[in-house]
Design a binder for this molecule. Sequence first.
Ligand SMILES: *Cc1c(COP(=O)(O)O)cnc(C)c1O
Length: 350
Amino acid sequence: MLTENTTEKIPERLKNVDLNNLGFGAIHTDHMFIATFENGSWNKGEVVPFSALKLSPFALCFHYGQTVFEGMKAYRTSTGKISIFRPLKNFERINKSLHRMAMPELSEELFMNGLTQAVEADRNWVPSAPESSLYLRPFVIATEERLGVKISDKYIFMVVCCPVGAYYPKPIKVKVEQHFTRAANGGTGYAKCGGNYGASFLPFKIAKEEGFDQIIWTDAINHEFVEESGTMNLMFFIDGVLTTPPVSDTILNGVTRDSILTLAREEGMKVSEEKLTYKQVINAIESGKRVEAFGAGTAAVIAPIQSISADGKEYKTYVEPDAQMFHIKKRMDNIKKGLEPDIHNWNLIL
Ligand SMILES: *Cc1c(COP(=O)(O)O)cnc(C)c1O
């Protein structure tokens, strides 16, 4: 038994949580889903009360980084139902991440059961205030007890949830990273594996000390091509054209990014999925073109960028209320909340 065996009644914690005033990621719900992998297969898993795990200090996840995760959100729709946004995309992606880390893949049934059972158990925790949602965190970690450097034979798959509010309170300032690298060709950049984030913390800490909220990662070879920003894909409207680098093995294939591209194409906007350098972006700003820049990811949905700094200079981007990024964000929010037709079947309604 990996979890605490508790017969204690779940305290009524929800009553003391202000669902209109949430940060990001501090408050857990009352339940969690857990399944285990042993002798070559996954069991079917179950929902249990949220509790600490009991793991041996020899568990391989503590030593060699076999950990992957996902992130998505469940929303309260305008009619009071619960809607999870595009979970099958996250299912596809967690299996790509698992494959890259030599970890066992999940069946669609197990992944979806984990999500739906966890959310069903904590339905009351799905907030309804604007910009708020229930963040869902599926993850898999290696649990075999062994200090040798090896591929684990045992794993757990879990889903934990937390009610969340807005991620960034205001448009962010970013700097182009010209020293550190997030991902290189052949590496793990396209996987949502723990190590990618651990390695980003020192560059991020330095950027914070310099007064920035986020980093624009650039390519590992010359630090010229823009890649991503923190846990978000990077997108621009340059002179009205929605511009973003193509996904590759150094860029995570974001669900938010894909959704934005789909909506923009449908609306007949011009879209460019071509590699671009940070200098192209800066030159566009300097030549007086309207440049909007934003991060796209589940946590922040769209994080408007107010300035980009590179080579010691700060360049201001367009963040007025009529910016096209806000229009796209509104459309995404409407679809998630059931306020406009979900023609792509993106919402899983519970
Ligand atoms: C999770 C993540 C994203 C965004 O993906 P979404 O599916 O839109 O949430 C982008 N880049 C990185 C590095 C990420 O970890």
